[in-house]
Design a protein around this ligand. Structure first.
Ligand code: SAH
Ligand code: SF4
Length: 379
């Protein structure tokens, strides 16, 4: 059987090399060829002994994912659609900015969480991506961009696990991929510049803190459980109190001294002054227990099946101001690449739904506009 070498972090590759009867340090050279230089042809790896190259030819490959579509947006954002077989396709998005290049990566074909406002969620869930499929997105994008921009310098400085899927529901593949991203012999990314975004898989937040702490973003979207239950169904399993405590615990290990809370602004659903007040109460309560956070308000990117609308900009700004006036650091996310459906929550490769998520969401009811203050203020 041939192994796909994109499946390994450096330790895994060292074990693989040992299995071929080679010294572990050979793995470092090989890892650098693959990830730093983008090589997939073993013959090019001139400083590897011929005997090793021959063994690699018969036992290994560097198997990238076929790119089925590439869109370049007017603002420089690039979206790729990768074929992962069996009718499933996933998406990655590159977002260039003055001081950084960010790649948004997918972790699953579809997603089983089924958030009401998310296009991926509406498609249902097919399967977890392998480590190779997660890393192949970065491998391809980094080396494509170097060729495209005619540079030998690193182009991607930041990775966000904010594409399709819930990364913490694909934990072991994710952690191996993260290790390759952070490895100095791999992509050498700083822990502060690799972000895992989660809808709140509490036990895995706790594990990530000890296994591979990177920057953490938590998709909050609601200040109280009743509303969050209806927007992010996972909240019924891991309600806000547990989530907040997990965030506080994570901070003890995190490379940044705050958690980023993402809050998708949905017209008439979670964007009223009462919601901002309840959010301030929630954060102040947990700040007393050590929570430190920043808010990122995301204007909702609409798609027809959601039945939801984007909050008007004035309301987003008023919401941001209310949080800021209460001392919460809050930014409003710029929408990028929406002309090519590459904005948050618009990623929807092709997913062969193996669950009933799709039907479930369609039946889900969002609770009334503003929950009663007694609910909002419950301790
Ligand atoms: N599953 C993870 C990561 C992928 S979603 C998570 O939920 O955090 C990445 C981000 O996009 C999340 O913050 C999510 O809430 C947001 N998002 C999803 N659908 C969106 C939409 N239609 N408009 C704006 N943001 C959306
Ligand atoms: Fe899954 Fe995240 Fe979309 Fe929710 S927002 S359905 S967790 S990808």
């Amino acid at each position: 059987m041939t192994a796909n070498l994109l499946e390994f972090d450096l330790e895994g590759l060292a074990v693989f090399c040992e299995g071929l009867g080679e010294k572990r340090f050979r793995a470092t050279q090989l890892f650098r060829w693959i990830h730093q230089r983008g090589a997939s042809d073993f013959d090019r790896m001139s400083d590897l002994a011929k005997s090793l190259r021959q063994k690699l030819q018969s036992h290994a490959q560097v198997a990238a994912l076929p790119v089925t579509r590439q869109h370049i947006s007017a603002d420089g954002t690039i979206k790729w659609l990768f074929d992962v077989g069996d009718g499933n396709a996933i998406e990655s998005v590159f977002i260039p900015e003055d001081d950084r290049g960010t790649l948004c990566i997918s972790s699953q074909a579809g997603c089983a969480v089924g958030c009401r406002f998310c296009s991926t969620g509406h498609q249902g869930f097919s399967r977890n991506l392998t480590t190779a499929e997660i890393l192949a997105q970065l491998w391809f994008a980094e080396h494509f961009l170097r060729r495209h921009l005619k540079t030998d310098e690193r182009v991607i400085s930041n990775v966000v696990m904010m594409g399709m899927g819930e990364p913490l529901q694909n934990y072991s593949a994710l952690v191996t991929a993260l290790r390759a991203m952070l490895d100095d012999h791999g992509y050498g990314l700083s822990r502060r510049r690799v972000t895992v975004s989660t809808s709140g898989v509490v036990p895995m937040i706790e594990r990530l803190a000890s296994d591979c702490p990177v920057a953490l973003a938590v998709s909050l979207h609601a200040p109280f459980d009743a509303l969050r239950d209806s927007l992010v169904p996972l909240n019924r399993k891991y309600p806000l109190d547990e989530l907040m405590r997990a965030c506080i615990g994570y901070l003890a290990h995190a490379p940044r001294d705050f958690i980023t809370f993402e809050y998708c602004m949905l017209d008439g659903v979670n964007d009223q002054p009462e919601h901002a007040s309840a959010l301030i109460d929630l954060i102040q309560k947990y700040a007393r227990q050590g929570l430190r956070c920043k808010f990122n308000l995301i204007p909702f990117n609409p798609f027809p099946a959601s039945g939801l609308l984007r909050s008007p900009l004035v309301r987003v700004q008023a919401f941001a101001k209310q949080l800021q006036d209460a001392g919460l650091v809050t930014t409003v996310r710029k929408t990028r690449g929406d002309d090519i459906d590459a904005a948050c929550g618009q990623l929807a490769g092709d997913v062969k739904d193996r669950t009933q998520v799709h039907n479930r969401i369609a039946q889900q009811r969002i609770i009334p506009l503003v929950a009663s203050p007694t609910v909002a203020n419950q301790e």
